[in-house]
Design a binder for this molecule. Structure first.
Ligand SMILES: [Zn+2]
Length: 258
């Protein structure tokens, strides 16, 4: 294990375009439940209500959506960045991060200290609410406060359009600009590190493949095996927080004593 950590830190020190790709595993390590796992909120709601088309067309669906979204938001609001988030933020400060591509919607990279232009949120963000008609954006807490006071479905102050968290729902296409940007950065990377993703959700899972084909080294740090383990240059199965913390310490050692 120690040798692997040293190897990864050496690659980080010598690489110029490092892309980190993170998935749900990083959020669960911060105590945010994986909503797809058994006993998660999906068991208590009808997924039909959460298809984008239903949200757009039905007031009843919007009401159910906001009930569920409120339930999901509570643990996200309370969550703190874990050691992996903090290590990634520190990599930015050390000039060792091209970008983070995330499938998570919890905004924890920003709480950890990463800057806006370093984080590509493929599935949007739950920290912001936007109007589906005019695009006006609202702080999530402001809208949750309206719900707390009894509003069932919030609407836009400016145009009256329906408000929805700025996340990508079932039936809604991936954000074009972010997806293109993530592919572009992946293709240019010389070191691609997957953290806390089982790499099964497409199209995101094709990004490490693209990076690898374009000559990047591929590192996978995940609790469970992934379909891409065989083609990776290095794989560590374990908890992302302690692993990334150890890697960060090695990087600092290595940068102090080149
Ligand atoms: Zn509006």
């Amino acid at each position: 294990m120690k040798e692997q950590l040293e190897q990864i830190s050496q690659w980080i020190i010598s690489s110029r375009r490092i892309v980190i790709f993170v998935g749900a595993g990083l959020s669960t390590e911060s105590g945010i439940p994986d909503f797809r796992s058994p006993g998660g909120v999906w068991d208590r709601y009808d997924p039909e209500d959460f298809y984008f088309q239903n949200f757009v067309s039905s007031e009843a669906s919007r009401e159910k959506y906001w009930q569920m979204a409120t339930e999901m938001y509570e643990p996200m609001k309370k969550a703190r960045p874990n050691l992996a988030h903090l290590a990634i933020a520190e990599m930015e400060r050390l000039g060792k991060l091209d970008c983070v591509v995330t499938q998570n919607i919890d905004g924890l990279h920003f709480k950890a200290g990463n800057s806006e232009d370093k984080v590509i949120q493929l599935h949007g963000t739950a920290m912001v609410v936007s109007c589906l008609t005019c695009g006006k954006r609202y702080d999530r807490d402001e809208i949750q406060e309206r719900l707390r006071k009894g509003v069932k479905v919030p609407y836009c102050d400016t145009c009256g359009g329906p408000l929805k968290p700025a996340t990508i729902s079932f039936g809604q296409s991936m954000p074009e600009r972010e997806t293109q940007e993530a592919y572009h950065r992946s293709s240019l990377s010389d070191l691609f590190i997957v953290i806390g993703s089982s790499l099964v959700v497409q199209p995101a899972a094709s990004m490490p493949l693209l990076a690898k084909r374009n000559g990047a080294k591929l590192v996978i740090i995940n609790r469970d095996p992934t379909p891409y383990d065989d083609m990776a240059d290095l794989v560590i199965h374990g908890q992302a927080g302690p692993i990334m913390d150890s890697i960060l310490k090695e990087i600092k050692k290595g940068m102090d004593n080149p």
